[in-house]
Design a protein around this ligand. Sequence first.
Ligand code: FUL
Length: 519
Amino acid sequence: MKTKVLKGRILTNLMGVFACTALAGLPQKSAAQIFTDKNYVKISPTDTEADIIRKAANVTPAPRQLRWQQLELTAFIHFGINTFTNKEWGDGSEDPKIFNPEQLDTRQWVKVCKDAGFKQVILTAKHHDGFCLWPSKYTEHSVKNSPWKNGQGDIVKEMAAACKEFGIGFGIYLSPWDRNSPYFGSMAYNDYFINQLTELLSQYGQIDEVWFDGANGEGPSGKKQVYEYNRWYNLIRKLQPKATIAVSGPDVRWVGTETGYGREMEWSVVSADQMRNEDIAENSQKAAEFAPKDMMANDLGSRKVISKAKSLVWYPAEIDVSIRPGWFHHPEENDKVKSPDKLMDIYYSSVGRNGVLLLNIPPDKQGLINQSDVNALKGFKKQLEETFANNVLKSAKPVGANAKKTAVLFDGKDGTHWKMNTKAGPYVLEFKMDQPQTFDVLALQENLQIGQRIESFILEYKEGEIWKKITEGSTVGYKRLLRFPAVTANEVRLRILSSRLEPALAEIGLYLRPGSATK
Ligand code: FUL
């Protein structure tokens, strides 16, 4: 619980950075290093509620945010000294000599992830114990003092090479909280942290995501650290401009739980002013612990919430969860790996709710991903492929007032969208199929390059002369998946009941899950 609460402070911090720059009267350009002119907008005091909603509907992701969203499935690899002490959090006093993953094979890790459909892998280069998986020049608490490869090894390097070989993205997790560093709790730690970050950003080729954890406790001196977030962000933008900065960062927000389940209503445009300028200005650690509820609230982006905002930002949700009870591998949890069914449920509730899934798959102390995790992932991938193999709407005939130019809804491209005849609705999309079809999943996507706009929709089928409800939802965003008891019908329609501006629907699909009772 402690972790979760601490993680929740992030929005405050990052917005604080923006606020600081703004407060200090620096030109907009300086803030633009953190945000772009498309993913951030100010609300003027004279803006009406309608103006604010229109502004929100036009906020779009920065290219790095869009690329990240399109990945859908990303993997976490928690591996480190905790793998050898069988702990979740190390205190930094571990002897590096216990670290010896004799069969370590980063190619196996990456292949397992890629085969299961994951498009990017984030490695815990340093967890809270401060033990570095690369031979950092700045600490002795690292692989260089371990027996593994006689202290000559570098897991970050091996991992970067494997990701490159298999053609998937590579990200790093660098824990700001360092329970080993004697500098922690003093200003010197900020330089230490920047030095380590520089090593990671400059020695291993392209880095696609940098993940900063929100957990922050005391270091060996008993003191807490005041972080210089702005320095980190500027360094990343300079050395790896394509990298998304996640969780304690400006590009990607923590969804607020570690269960794998996102919100039913998930807006990627949220208020940018949950900041406490005065706390940040005081440079007090208090600021870093402020207001976790802002990140965990049920509603971060509805009209009601954003109509009070002074600024808006594209800040999408990442849903992190482990395939096992713990983040690190524990042998006693080999039989507690999540089942393919559970992973599918998580998929529907994360990717299917306008989020990106970050699934943790921790290797064991041999340095390999255990067969139980491999099996679960294979089962998951099979279900995923079988479910989404056949879109029964693809061969259907569009009918009614909006029947034109619907091919775009089936082109598999999230950057094209259907343009309706009507300017102000009703937004109805109707299809007729030659034969009755059975389906139990609805998939919708919005073109995010236009903006996230849909607020409410309903899917119906025709029985005789009567339209009956199948399912309904609120937000769509990058992707919305809804499951329902199987329906057999040959006439269906989607009605968009409410949208902030003209909706930019990119894709629509109806599918049947494997093993469905009606099959
Ligand atoms: C938390 C950490 O404390 C856990 O150990 C893990 O790394 C998780 C992803 O984030 O805040």
